[in-house]
Ligand binder design. Structure first.
Ligand code: UD1
Ligand code: MG
Length: 460
């Protein structure tokens, strides 16, 4: 049997003042819970059960089967939450189980594995991961006897003044031998001021039965930090944001000013890339080297090739090749692919389209549902008219075509290689290669029309 983990995620988190469960509050665009599941997975633990409670369905929907779940119908404390996982614990009889709090997102794989090593090497049935912090208020305190032996965890609400002065606290992360945990849970009582079943009471019960219980003091004090309010969430965001930016800097990414820069921790970024203020890189992005992003560029699930420059660009679910220049004010929408050397100038939108090498779309243009060849030039104000009110249709533009200013391409329509469209044309039928299409009314000039008709008011 391999090791497994239980994540406690049932709490409401009243102080967040949210309609969502607390573990769904986001740290850098990801729910706190996902940081905890990621840490467990990174530590090599794949069998994870999440105990849900307040608005279970929101957490279940988010997890979408990626972890097992058990519901805690009433919030009767952390011990009671773990009791809801009894079948899971029994299933893993003979192995160790890790308990994690879903509201402490900075736990990391190293702390988890170091705790397990301490647990195994010490022959403990239960190991609590503790930390020494400056302000222990609110946490369960690690109580030791005069010889330094761990004897109990005392919660803030039950602590004497002397115990409140202890600055070694329970991180909430614990390793248990599964069989011992199942046994201890059966012995928990709720005879405390809150009437809750505290998981932390298992320590004193185990010790009273002469079982070996350890407390591993981690040097990573961030691992214990949690967020109970939006102010604390902001503080965590800021801490994590800056530490992620610094780790990218150490990998060769330049961030001359970190103002408004947020980068998802799993982003891949090449060397000599420069990230300018106001740039947000959300999940699922891969950025090449020598790229300049920003100011004010927002990317989501997007790839950007080497040496591209994206100035004030928003791109989602797109693939942007090498040497692309885009911006300012460009929107690259899902399922778009810009090949090498493409240029998109100001106020250009591309959606669900493939744009071939070195094609230039310089100003005020919409290219949607289109397959565009290489070396094409779009004049100012071109629109691919892809929607007829019922259905989306595609346009095809051949290599080296020249689409004149203010051309409307009424989809489905095909422009051949090297063909030209005259400015202001509304093209409704296919244009063969090397042709010029003029699809606009011929200019008529009426000589002296103004003097004859006097369409203005006579001056007094
Ligand atoms: C808990 C610990 C405390 C430790 C601290 C670390 C207990 C009794 N206390 O206190 O020693 O220092 O974590 O952060 O364990 N939850 C449920 N169901 C419940 C109650 C809680 O699922 O009935 C979940 C919460 O969603 C949360 C986790 O358990 O993710 C911890 O609960 P919380 O109420 O935050 O406990 P703390 O007061 O922080
Ligand atoms: Mg808490």
């Amino acid at each position: 049997m391999s090791d497994c983990a239980i994540i406690l995620a049932g709490g409401e988190g009243t102080r967040m003042r949210s309609d969502k469960p607390k573990v769904m509050a986001e740290l850098l665009f990801r729910p706190m819970l996902s940081w905890v599941t990621d840490a467990a997975k990174k530590a090599g633990i794949n069998d994870i059960l999440v105990v849900t409670g307040y608005k279970s369905e929101i957490v279940e929907e988010y997890l979408n089967g990626s972890c097992r779940t058990a519901r805690q119908e009433k919030r009767l404390g952390t011990g009671h939450a773990v009791m809801q996982a009894m079948d899971f614990i029994k299933e893993h009889s003979g192995s160790d189980v890790l308990i994690l709090n879903g509201d402490a997102p900075l736990i990391d794989d190293k702390t988890i594995t170091e705790g397990l090593k301490y647990h195994r090497e010490g022959g403990f049935v239960q190991t609590v991961i503790s930390a020494k912090i400056d302000d222990p208020f609110g946490y369960g305190r690690i109580v030791r006897d005069e010889n330094g032996n761990f004897i109990a965890i005392t919660e803030e609400a039950s602590a004497t003044e002397e115990i409140k002065r202890i600055n070694e606290i329970n991180s909430g992360v614990m390793w248990f031998d599964c069989d011992t945990l199942a046994d201890l849970l059966g012995k928990l009582k709720n005879d405390n001021s809150k009437g809750e079943y505290y998981l932390t009471d298992t320590v004193a019960i185990a010790l009273s039965e002469k079982k070996k219980v350890g407390a591993y003091i981690t040097a990573n004090t961030d691992a214990v930090l949690g967020a109970n309010s939006r102010v604390q969430l902001y503080e965590l965001n800021e801490k994590v944001r800056i530490s992620i930016l610094k780790s990218f800097m150490l990998e060769g990414v330049s961030i001359p000013c970190t103002d408004g820069v947020i980068i998802d921790k799993n982003t891949i970024i090449g060397r000599d890339t420069v990230i300018l203020p106001g740039t947000i890189i959300k999940e699922g992005c891969k950025i090449g080297s020598g790229v300049t992003l920003g100011p004010n560029t927002v990317l989501y699930r997007t790839e950007v090739g080497d040496n591209s420059v994206l100035n004030q660009v928003q791109a989602e679910e797109a693939v942007i090749g090498e040497d692309v220049t885009a911006g300012p004010f460009v929107h690259i929408r899902p399922d778009s692919k810009l090949d090498k050397g493409v240029h998109c100038g100001n106020f250009v939108e591309v959606k669900n389209s493939v744009i071939g090498e070195k094609t230039s779309i310089s100003h005020l243009t919409y290219v949607g549902d289109s397959d565009v060849g290489s070396g094409v030039n779009f004049g100012c104000g071109v629109v691919t008219v892809n929607f007829n009110g019922k259905k989306k249709n595609r346009c095809t533009v051949g290599n080296d075509a020249f689409i004149g200013c203010n051309t409307n391409l009424i989809a489905p329509v095909k422009i051949g290689d090297r063909a030209y469209t005259a400015a202001g044309s509304t093209v409704t039928e296919d244009v063969p290669e090397d042709a010029l299409v003029i699809a606009r009314s011929r200019q008529t000039v009426k000589e002296d029309w103004v003097t004859k008709n006097k369409p203005y008011r006579e001056k007094k």
